[in-house]
Design a protein around this ligand. Sequence first.
Ligand code: ZN
Length: 286
Amino acid sequence: MKIANVAGRATLLVSDFEGIDVASASEGKFGPGLGSVYDDWDGFLAWAESAPARDTVPVSRERLESPSPHPGQIIAVGLNYAEHAAESGFAVPDRLPPTFTKFASALSGPDSEVVLPEGGNTDWEVELVVVIGRTARRLAEADAWQYVAGLTVGQDISERITQSAGPSPQFSLGKSFAGFAPVGPWLVTLDELPDRDDLALGCTINGEVVQDGRTRDLIFGVPALIAKLSHIVTLNPGDLIFTGTPAGVGLGRSPQRFLKPGDRLDSWIEGIGSLHQIFVVDEPGV
Ligand code: ZN
């Protein structure tokens, strides 16, 4: 099952271009927003099994918004692929990965224009993003997938100067400029995926491949991440977890490379879909 946020309305997709409006089809039991769907995920799944596939509505990409519009928490982890830890000049984490937040005001839908912070070094990080579907607290790793509503694509866009400003690293601000957390294009439930533990992911800049990895190379895979996090924070329906990025970011290149005005960043994950970002400069007075 694929569920999209079409201009604020939960929409069960029947194709990439057409879907069932959840609020209308359920006569108000679920929806209109996706938040209420995650709040009663089990009830929603039971209803969706036999959702009437009539009265479909067109789905156009420019109307898509984040598949979790108001997450209570956006948790992001760093250094979760060995080659990326190496290119960043850090040791591979052992007990816990470095964990930070992307503030919710940075969220956007899958296709967007992103303003480059002035004087910044803005970098790309394609990531598998988990959407939580059930309240999770002190889980065993073996049970963790059951708490996932589905998966989606995210970009952990990062301004590297802000990220490393100050006496100790403080990732959250440098990764939370407006539009720095595009997510989508929709939520895909686990049964739709070829292998939930091994998905190809990558991104291109102006058509040139810069990241090309597989989620089987995650140091802490989705179950391990959820289990470890749930021993510290309670994970709630609608929460997002950015799981970390594979190698190929601009910071780790020689010479280093960062996004420029006019660049187009296309990000994708096998079985889920793609994001499209265009980078622009803020023009004062416009
Ligand atoms: Zn990241």
